[in-house]
Design a protein around this ligand. Sequence first.
Ligand SMILES: Cc1cc2nc3c(=O)[nH]c(=O)nc-3n(C[C@H](O)[C@H](O)[C@H](O)COP(=O)(O)OP(=O)(O)OC[C@H]3O[C@@H](n4cnc5c(N)ncnc54)[C@H](O)[C@@H]3O)c2cc1C
Length: 170
Amino acid sequence: MKKIKILGAGLSGLVAAINLSKAGYDVDVYEKNEDVGMRFHGDIHSWENWSGNKNFLKELKEMNINSKFYCVPLFKVIVTNCSKTKEIKSNQPMFYLGKRGPSLGAIDHSLKMEALGSNVKFHFRKTLPLNEVNIVATGSIENEVTGFVKEFFSKQIQRTTWQSLHSTTS
Ligand SMILES: Cc1cc2nc3c(=O)[nH]c(=O)nc-3n(C[C@H](O)[C@H](O)[C@H](O)COP(=O)(O)OP(=O)(O)OC[C@H]3O[C@@H](n4cnc5c(N)ncnc54)[C@H](O)[C@@H]3O)c2cc1C
């Protein structure tokens, strides 16, 4: 059986690992952190669903992903410049709110469980040189500017998604 080594257990690495394993490859994933999704702490992310014709969840199914995770469709957004507001509605979900991180219900955790069920082997707290792996899925290159944007975004996302969740449940 052909061996495949993947560097990075983010969404890209996990989806690649699941598919290759289901296709009959012997897959090893090397992740520098102690678990998947370690830079997220149960954060709620929004997965936009308007820029293509395909539904985000259907697209995942087409990628052979069967994981179940916390995911709430939103059909309405309110745009404001603080003096005027406009409500935009859609019959199809405009985006989904989903949980990130290593804990139960998060997409990262669910993909890990699906990968384990497909016999993918994880090597946490381990890395390999790039020339020793078949797939590099280590995410975007970080610098100080994205570091600043990330911090700003985490705070904004926590606040805005709470409001969105509140509006769906009220
Ligand atoms: C704060 C924040 C909020 C975001 N909000 C949203 C959102 O609301 N909606 C949305 O669609 N997207 C959002 N994103 C972007 C989204 O998280 C990324 O697009 C997605 O996670 C990219 O997945 P990836 O697998 O390519 O990379 P990553 O998620 O970066 O995964 C890379 C993995 O590789 C590991 N790794 C890195 N280097 C090594 C190495 N040398 N050896 C071993 N392992 C290594 C990392 O630890 C990590 O687990 C957000 C990102 C951040 C940071």
